[in-house]
Design a binder for this molecule. Structure first.
Ligand code: ATP
Length: 352
């Protein structure tokens, strides 16, 4: 069932265009991540869904209900802010049940819901504590519980992990995703962290300069990025200057390589970029039989970090990174001449 629809939405602040011509449709129950660098408009888009900003143009609907002109408190939305925005003078329980009390729920209803939510957030027995007596991770759980108190139709989170340290952040990403799957609630998370988006999202919306650059499942975007910005923003990529040679071949330096995918229409001879992911690139000593679909280069650095080994190779002035597991380790050394194999299925052509 169609859940969240953002149709032709533009938001201007005076002469600043924060969000431009955004069209997105998501199914009910999906976890969506707005991902992009600082200032690209992701928070503004989230705030428009929440009703904290009105679009200059366009329409937002949830489960078929047009939200134009609907005030924040009538949108059936739960929101977690970057700073958590908890009330320091209220107890944990009072924070969580705040919106219920405003809406006239009885004391026992509030208490039962607080107990249920604290159990769900693995924080039993802290209802009477002050916010100042909680750790950063516990505060975040309370902020999530507060946002879910009224069983909202849509759950919005603005950079929810930014106040947490790296280890806790990773654990919370997994926990938040598990919770979202359990509740089946349409959820939108704003983040500039690609690992966070890939850990949690059904759909990632990559934004840049007020526009949506690409929308898709994490692996679709990782495997077939729309352009060099997306390729560089999601994961590590090798981007080599190349020329189109045929429909599915490019010339890189002196070599001609077959490619698995081509983004856009490119004429023969046109300058393009050949994109590969480091884990799909293999390095072979020149003393081995030459592999198909390969370019030559010289090893400039080897970094062994146990689970993986990174090899940097200079290929006619362009650096190529290969990330291998120990079982594929070719045993090459810095300064050694190598062939860098880029299997056709791993090669994508992007506009230069
Ligand atoms: P960040 O990750 O830094 O929070 P963002 O991608 O969420 O960035 P937004 O906060 O949505 O970006 O801002 C998008 C653009 O709109 C920026 O240029 C910002 O300066 C501008 N902007 C946002 N809110 C306002 C406002 N209330 N008044 C004027 N300009 C604003």
């Amino acid at each position: 069932m169609t859940g969240l629809v953002i149709q032709d939405v533009t938001k201007k602040f005076g002469s600043i265009v924060a969000v431009e011509d955004v069209n997105l449709t998501f199914n009910s129950g999906e976890m969506i991540c707005f991902l992009g660098p600082s200032g690209c408009g992701k928070t503004t888009l989230l705030r428009m869904i929440a009703g904290l900003e009105e679009p200059t143009r366009g329409m937002i609907s949830i489960d078929g209900r047009d939200l134009t002109g609907v005030p924040v408190h009538k949108r059936d939305i739960g929101m977690v802010f970057q700073s958590f925005a908890l009330f320091p003078h209220l107890s944990v329980g009072e924070n969580i049940s705040y919106s219920m009390r405003i809406r006239g729920h009885s004391r026992s209803e509030c208490e039962d819901r607080v107990t249920e939510l604290l159990d769900m957030m693995h924080l039993p027995g802290v209802a009477d504590r002050r916010i100042s007596q909680l750790s950063g991770g516990q505060r975040q759980r309370v902020a999530i519980a507060r946002a879910l108190a009224l069983n909202p139709q849509v759950f919005l989170l603005d950079e929810p992990m930014s106040a947490l340290d790296a280890n806790l952040r990773e654990a919370m990403q997994i926990e938040l995703r598990k919770l979202q799957l359990e509740l089946g609630i349409t959820t939108v998370v704003v983040t500039h962290d690609q690992t966070e988006a890939m850990t949690m999202a059904d759909q990632i919306v990559v934004m840049g300069k007020a526009k949506v650059l690409q929308t898709g499942g994490p692996m679709d975007i990782y495997k077939t990025p729309a352009d060099k910005f997306v390729a560089g923003f999601i994961g590590t990529s090798n981007l080599l200057p190349a020329q189109m040679a045929g429909n599915d071949t490019v010339r890189v330096g002196g070599a001609e390589l077959k490619v698995g995918g081509v983004k856009g229409d490119h004429q023969s001879g046109e300058d393009v970029l050949l994109m590969t992911r480091p884990e799909e690139v293999f390095v072979h000593p020149v003393t081995d039989a030459p592999p198909a679909n390969a370019i030559s280069g010289t090893v400039t650095f080897v970094r062994d970090i146990g689970a993986t080994i990174e090899i940097l190779v200079d290929c006619a002035g362009n650096e190529v990174i290969s990330v291998l597991t120990p079982k594929d380790w070719p045993g090459v050394k810095v300064g050694e001449a190598v062939n860098v194999e880029m299997p056709a299925a791993a090669c994508n052509v992007l506009a230069a």
